[in-house]
Design a protein around this ligand. Structure first.
Ligand SMILES: Cc1ncc(COP(=O)(O)O)c(C=O)c1O
Length: 396
C-alpha cells in the first residue's frame, strides 16, 4: 500500500473537466505525417516544433532505417563507456561545423543537457544572471546549484549591465538566456549579451533550441543570426525541433568541452543517442544545407499569414520576430477555450498555462511550419478567425 502522503499528490484538472477539454498528452494516432490524426479526426499540426517540416521527410526516415540496419537500435551504453560509434562521432563533427564551435557533444535531450550543465560549471560560491523567462530546464539546472541567482528583465541588456556591475565578489559569474523564447517567439540580443559577459568576465550560456535550423541565413541558429564569429560561451540546443529528431547538443571551445566530456554527469551516466536517431539527424542536417532558403521562405510566409489572421480576428499577440505566433489570452479559461475551439475546427495548437508562463499570462502558441501548404494555411487561418469570434461572442 502507498504511504498516506501519496494520496495528497494531486493536480487540479477541474477546469479541463468543466470545459470538456484537456489538451495535454493528446494522443496522435500515428505521427506528424499528413494528415495527422487526433481523436479520430484529421488535424493540421500547428502545435509541434517541426519548423522545417522534416519530421516525416522520406529521406530522413530512410536514413534512420539505414542507420538502424547498420548499427542496431541501441549501443546499450553511455557515450563514455560503449555508446559511441562512427556515426555518433560523425554527428558530433557535423554539429561542430554547423555551430562553428570547437567541439560538440550529444546528450539524450536538451532538457538533460541544460539540467546537468550547471553542476559541472558552478557551485554555491557562484552567481548566475538569467533572463526572467528562461526555459524551465535552465532554471532548474541553475536552482540545483544553491547559488545566488539574479534574474534580469526579459531581453533587457541595460538591466543586465546594471546587475553585472553590482555583482561583487563571487568566484564565477554566468549569464544565461534562450535564443528564441519558446512561449513568446522573442529573440535574445545575444551579440550584446555576449559582449557584456566578456566585459564583466562572465561565461555566457545560450539555449538555441528554437533557433537552430530556423535563424540565420543558413539556418545555423542564433550565432549566425547575431553574427557572432567568436562566441566564447556555451551553446546548447535541442535536436527535437527544426532538426526533427531527438537529443541535445552542447558545444563550446575544445578546452571547455574536453572538461565537460568527463565532468558532466548528465552525459556520462546516460545511454547514448540511438543510432537510428543519429542517422535521421545526419540526413536532416544534409537537407538543411541545400534546402534551407526555400523552407525558411515558406515558414516566414506561413507565419506572416497566421499573424495577419490573428490580428484581423482582434487577437493580441506577443511581439516576436521568430516563426512562433503567440496569442495572449490571459486567463487559464480563455487560453484553454481558444485551443479547444481551434481543435474543434481541426487545428492543433499548444496552450501554455502557469507555471510555463506567469499567472494570468496564458498564451496559445501556433507554429505554422514550412510543410503546411497554401490551402492548409487558408484553412488554419479561417479556423483561427472563427475560433476567436466564438470566444469573443461568448466573452470567454
Ligand atoms: C528552450 C528549450 N530548451 C530546452 C528544451 C528541452 O529540449 P528537449 O526536448 O531536447 O529535451 C525545450 C523544449 O522542449 C525548449 O523549448
Amino acid at each position: 500500500m502507498n504511504p498516506k502522503w501519496v494520496g495528497e499528490l494531486k493536480v487540479d484538472v477541474s477546469l479541463a473537466r468543466e470545459l470538456g477539454f484537456n489538451p495535454y498528452y493528446a494522443e496522435l494516432e500515428k505521427g506528424l505525417g499528413k494528415p495527422a490524426r487526433l481523436a479520430g479526426r484529421e488535424v493540421l499540426d500547428l502545435a509541434s516544433n517541426n519548423y522545417l517540416g522534416l519530421a516525416n521527410d522520406p529521406r530522413v526516415l530512410n536514413a534512420a532505417r539505414q542507420a538502424l540496419d547498420e548499427n542496431g537500435l541501441s549501443l546499450c551504453g553511455t557515450p563514455i563507456a560503449t555508446g559511441s560509434n562512427r556515426i555518433y562521432n560523425q554527428l558530433c563533427r557535423s554539429l561542430e561545423q554547423f555551430s562553428g564551435l570547437g567541439r560538440a557533444l550529444l546528450y539524450p535531450s536538451c532538457y538533460q543537457a541544460n539540467m546537468g550543465l550547471f553542476t559541472a560549471l558552478a557551485g554555491k560560491q557562484d552567481v548566475v544572471l538569467v533572463d526572467q523567462f528562461a526555459h524551465a530546464s535552465l532554471l532548474q539546472g541553475i536552482a540545483s546549484l544553491g547559488c545566488k541567482v539574479m534574474p534580469f528583465l526579459h531581453n533587457d541588456m541595460d538591466h543586465l549591465r546594471k546587475l553585472l556591475s553590482r555583482v561583487g565578489s563571487y568566484r564565477r559569474v554566468l549569464v544565461v538566456s534562450e535564443s528564441v523564447f519558446s512561449t513568446r517567439g522573442t529573440i535574445c540580443p545575444l551579440a550584446k549579451l555576449h559582449a557584456l559577459a566578456e566585459e564583466f568576465g562572465a561565461l555566457a550560456v545560450i539555449d538555441d533550441s528554437h533557433g537552430i535550423g530556423v535563424l540565420g541565413n543558413r539556418g545555423r541558429g542564433i550565432l549566425e543570426h547575431e553574427e557572432i564569429p567568436s562566441y566564447s560561451g556555451i551553446y546548447t540546443a535541442s535536436l527535437g525541433k527544426a532538426l526533427a529528431g531527438q537529443g541535445g547538443v552542447v558545444a563550446a571551445s575544445c578546452e571547455l568541452m574536453e572538461y565537460l566530456g568527463y565532468a558532466n554527469a548528465a552525459l556520462i551516466y546516460s545511454t547514448a543517442l540511438a543510432p537510428p536517431m543519429i542517422g535521421g539527424l545526419l540526413e536532416a542536417l544534409r537537407i538543411l544545407d541545400s534546402e534551407f532558403p526555400a523552407r525558411r521562405a515558406r515558414l516566414e510566409t506561413n507565419r506572416n499569414q497566421l499573424l495577419a489572421s490573428a490580428h484581423r480576428a482582434g487577437l493580441k499577440t506577443v511581439y516576436g520576430r521568430a516563426p512562433i505566433v503567440s496569442i495572449l489570452q490571459g486567463s487559464d479559461r480563455a487560453t484553454l477555450l481558444l485551443a479547444r475551439e481551434l481543435l474543434s475546427r481541426g487545428v492543433f495548437s499548444t496552450p501554455f498555462l502557469p507555471p510555463s508562463v506567469p499567472p494570468n499570462k496564458g498564451v496559445v502558441r501556433m507554429i505554422a511550419h514550412a510543410g503546411l501548404t497554401a490551402d492548409e494555411m487558408d484553412n488554419a487561418c479561417l479556423a483561427l478567425e472563427e475560433s476567436a469570434k466564438i470566444c469573443q461572442e461568448n466573452a470567454f
